[in-house]
Ligand binder design. Sequence first.
Ligand code: PRP
Ligand code: URA
Length: 208
Amino acid sequence: MENIIHVEHPLLKNLITKLRDINTEGYFFRKFLSEVGRILLVEALKDEEMIEVEINTWIGNSKFPALKEDRYVFIPIMRAGLPMLDGVSEILPKSKAGFLALKRDEETLESHLYYDRVPDLTNHVAIILDPMVATGGSLDYAIRVVKEKNPARIISLNVIGAPEGLSRIAKKHPDVKVYIAQIDKGLNDKGYIVPGIGDAGDRAFNTE
Ligand code: PRP
Ligand code: URA
């Protein structure tokens, strides 16, 4: 699973414990997902190529390194991926966003696409955002849709994964780098990650 990068940091573990706590209200649950997304992005872009830009400073014009921000397209998977968009776009304000909505059938565990508003991704870096990789079906589906838009590269930022789902992605999409903050034990008989955080979409938006 060379393309699965487990990002370990005390701040991430601390945030994940808050996410696991069932007393964390929707508003804070969204905030913590957003913060995990931001920290994962820092790790994911640590070796990025930089450009030189000329800017005005207090002592005159000069050239400094910068990221080509509009090369990055964040793609949150609705619903639960949506809160992650806030944190990442705060540090790359000129980045773009596209939207995919997928819903997992709770009986068959198959995912269905019900909204695709992802632009053409030619010459862009696509960064998928979804907190959960359980069976990996939703992420696999999202990656297949994103690949059809011709991105230069795909990165996926995810909060909690089960070994089953992550190895499925590693096998089917070895070209996609997956940054994950926590790898949990596995899935229960309903396809939920254990210990996990429960239904991330419901927890984020206070729907049960
Ligand atoms: C959740 C989650 C993932 C998916 C993971 O979404 O956000 O997209 O389940 O499960 P999988 O790896 O087995 O496919 P869900 O389908 O519950 O939709 P929601 O975000 O609207 O609640
Ligand atoms: N989707 C969730 O929101 N949580 C899980 O544990 C599995 C799928």
